[in-house]
Design a protein around this ligand. Structure first.
Ligand code: PMP
Length: 380
């Protein structure tokens, strides 16, 4: 098997799984219980949280666990809107967000919030002047992802923060860091709130986090028992312990891993750009882990299923919006045909050069076969 869909999800690392199993077996108590078994679980959970907050150099109270990045985005965006309605009803988001952010925005629009979409340049970099122009006294939130999930464009969050705060110091800056965490270095101090997910960094599915600076007010979306007002109920201690381990492992050696993935990306781009009919959707600010391409002559779904016969796995645009027009390719390259024929190849430090060359050879073989078979389509 050659897995090249690491941006959709990652396999759980063995060490992370071991932490999960140990915490499950040895810490059965509910951390909300008063007895010693409960206290033991609570202490373990607190130390896992402390490890996370130490890595990011933030307060423990600033880390909120959620069920994944979709839930973090919901809590971040809706929670901020509900808590800050008295200051305004205007939000700014980029055209490079994950579908979950747009769905949240659609909901907010339906209940009276106003959304502006900030432009980006031809590299996918946020247009600073457009951001300045769109900022208003009633702008309560700006949400811009750290790394786009389809084309991998990475934003200069620190600079964006400066622009936002200069225009309106009360505006809250949220960043969906799901595709950045563990791939490139990030600083939570560049933003007010940030979303992330464990399953993108070799952790388990079903847990994510929201960083929320202590000065920022958000309204909880869930109500229930337990001391955690944002995530009530019984805390999933093994998932929290495993997430903490995954963050520690993913943030170690991050530069070395990134350099390795960059070398893989260069090989891939060199080889695929030689194939007629393959368009490389990579820009100066794309991270190397995500390589988006468009196929001129073949439907992306057909190609992906054909590769499956060779046990090669990758995605069309994102796993969460397969089959639809790629919003990011559209926002960056402004070309509907190109945006409707995308494939995302996502690499990891676990990808071997041997796997990569096998993939390239199979890609060429399948591409040639399907191109010669093809009947002209509207993608020509
Ligand atoms: N944001 C981004 C940028 C993503 O790539 C994803 C996952 N595809 C999500 C949010 C949703 O994450 P989760 O699956 O953890 O809900």
């Amino acid at each position: 098997m050659i897995y090249l869909d690491y941006s959709a999800t990652t396999p759980v690392s063995y060490d992370v799984l071991e932490s999960y199993i140990r915490a499950t077996k040895d810490f059965p108590g509910n951390p909300n219980s008063l007895h010693s078994l409960g206290v033991k679980s609570k202490t373990l959970m607190a130390s896992a949280k402390k490890q996370i907050s130490d890595i990011f150099n933030v307060l423990e109270s600033e880390i909120i666990f959620t069920g994944g990045a979709t839930m973090s985005n919901n809590l971040a965006i809706i929670g901020t809107c509900l808590a800050n309605m008295k200051y305004g009803n205007h939000l700014i988001v980029s055209k490079l967000e994950h579908p979950s952010v747009y769905k949240i925005c659609n909901y907010l629009e339906s209940i009276g919030f106003e959304i502006s979409y900030v432009d980006n340049d031809q590299d996918g970099l946020i247009d600073f002047n457009d951001l300045k122009r769109k900022m208003r006294p009633d702008t309560i939130l700006v949400s811009i992802c750290a790394v786009n999930s389809e084309v991998g464009t990475r934003q200069p969050l620190k600079m964006l923060r400066q622009i936002i705060k200069k225009e309106n110091n009360n505006t809250i800056f949220h960043s969906d860091m799901t595709q950045a965490l563990g791939k490139v270095s990030i600083s939570l101090h560049d933003v007010d709130i940030a979303s992330a997910s464990a399953h993108k960094i070799y952790g388990p599915k079903g847990i994510g986090l929201l960083y929320k600076n202590s000065r920022v007010n958000i309204t909880p979306l869930l109500y229930g028992s337990g001391p955690d007002i944002f995530n009530p109920g019984t805390p999933p201690v093994p998932l929290i312990v495993a997430f903490s381990k995954a963050i520690r492992l993913a943030t170690n050696d991050i530069d070395k891993r990134e350099n390795f993935v960059r070398r893989l990306n260069t090989i891939l781009v060199d080889e695929l750009s030689k194939i007629e009919g393959v368009i490389i959707n990579q820009t100066k600010i794309s991270i190397p882990h995500i390589l988006n391409i468009s196929l001129k002559n073949i439907k992306p779904e057909t190609f992906i299923h054909a590769l499956e016969d060779y046990e090669i796995y990758l995605s069309t645009n994102t796993a969460c919006s397969s089959g639809e027009l790629s919003t990011a390719v559209m926002a960056i390259f402004q070309d509907k045909k190109r945006a409707s024929s995308t494939i995302r190849i996502s690499l990891s430090h676990l990808t071997t050069t041997d796997e990569l060359y096998k993939f390239i050879a199979t890609f060429k073989k399948v591409y040639t076969r399907l191109s010669t078979l093809k009947t002209p389509t509207d993608l020509d």
